[in-house]
Design a protein around this ligand. Structure first.
Ligand code: FDA
Length: 301
């Protein structure tokens, strides 16, 4: 990342929220469920499937966690009503993990059972390393309770992940593998770019043996090429809304299955900041936003 981009990433927490919101708008479908429905319909029309995420994380009240749980029930209703090709992704701390394991577990089970009743699927996103063990425990408990319409996410960045894949092997899990967005201490995580890539490739090899299905979540050309050796019926590519859409179009044209992660909701800030921190040209976006405001959208002051 260029020097100026790195400097802007460090300063992001001080950037005014309206600027963050404008610059990050391409990563988010909108605030309302209708926005997510429109986005997924458009993606489906372009040959892509989706996973819908209700924005909201680190909730601090049981009411908030229940509201997010109810929002997912509305999402399932919309998926059915509009005939969308989409499942959902959930964040444990959005469903109340920080309020207690049992609170989150109960809300997650409600979402997964609701999904099962209409033949849908729930992916449990993986958050920072303080949540990894609880998230994997919840996943195992749900699977052992007979719920097969649920999958989990693993982060190649974490040193424990190869062990976790082996430990989950008896469940033949459905796994989304990603690099991992949360910066973790060197003690528990790989931190170098090449190390993380190499760990990702090792995870792909293990998942080819132990997983029932692999969601290859990346926009990294090197890893996309590495994943193409998996049996086509056992994997799909997954990308984030607004990131390298031309690459996604190419994958679809080449006959690959591609799922786009579609977040919506009012709690957009934390997700937006994470996406901007990953954008290698963040300085350019912030600068063009500032110029756009100075001169107006049509280029006139
Ligand atoms: P990398 O960051 O090297 O990006 C490769 C290239 O993609 C970059 O060079 C750049 O060109 C482009 N790019 C990447 N991000 C961009 C951005 N924001 N804007 C513009 N261009 C960008 N993480 C996690 O910890 N838990 C989770 O549950 C998930 N879930 C998840 C779902 C899906 C569908 C995806 C695609 C990703 C996640 N992630 C995640 C995020 C993931 O861990 C990782 O942080 C990002 O995917 C970026 O890593 P890449 O593999 O794309 O490589």
């Amino acid at each position: 990342m260029a020097l100026l981009d790195r400097a802007i990433v460090r300063l992001l927490p001080t950037v005014p929220r309206p600027v963050v919101r404008r610059v990050a708008s391409r990563y988010i479908a909108g605030e309302r469920l209708e926005d997510a429905v429109d986005t997924v319909r458009r993606l489906n029309g372009a040959g892509k499937v989706a996973t819908i995420d209700v924005l909201g994380e680190e909730v601090t009240s049981a009411d908030e966690a229940r509201a997010i749980t109810r929002a997912y029930i509305d999402v399932f209703r919309a998926i059915e009503e509009h005939g969308l090709d989409s499942n959902v992704s959930v964040k444990p701390t959005g469903l109340g993990l920080k309020l207690g394991y049992d609170v989150c577990r109960a809300n997650l089970e409600t979402v997964v059972r609701h999904a099962a009743s209409q033949g849908s699927f729930v992916r449990i996103d993986m958050e920072d390393s303080s949540t990894t063990s609880d998230t994997l425990r919840m996943y195992r408990e749900l699977r052992e309770a007979g719920l097969d319409n649920v999958g989990v996410v693993l982060q190649a960045r974490l040193r424990r992940t190869e062990r976790d894949i082996r430990a989950l092997a008896d469940l033949r899990p459905s796994v989304r593998i990603c690099k991992g967005i949360y910066l973790e201490r060197e003690l528990i995580a790989y931190t170098g770019f090449d190390e993380i890539r190499a760990a990702y490739v090792r995870c792909l090899e293990l998942l080819a043996k132990h997983a029932s299905h692999v969601g290859v979540a990346t926009h990294d050309d090197y890893l996309i090429t590495a994943a193409k050796c998996l049996p086509p019926e056992r994997f799909e590519f997954q990308m984030l809304l607004g990131v390298r859409p031309e690459l996604g179009n190419r994958l679809v044209r080449d006959g690959h299955r591609l799922r786009i992660y579609v977040p919506f909701g009012r709690d957009w800030y934390a997700y937006s900041v994470r996406r901007l921190q990953e954008n290698p040209r963040i300085a350019g976006y912030v600068a063009s936003d500032a110029l756009g405001r100075m001169f107006g959208a049509n280029g006139r002051p």
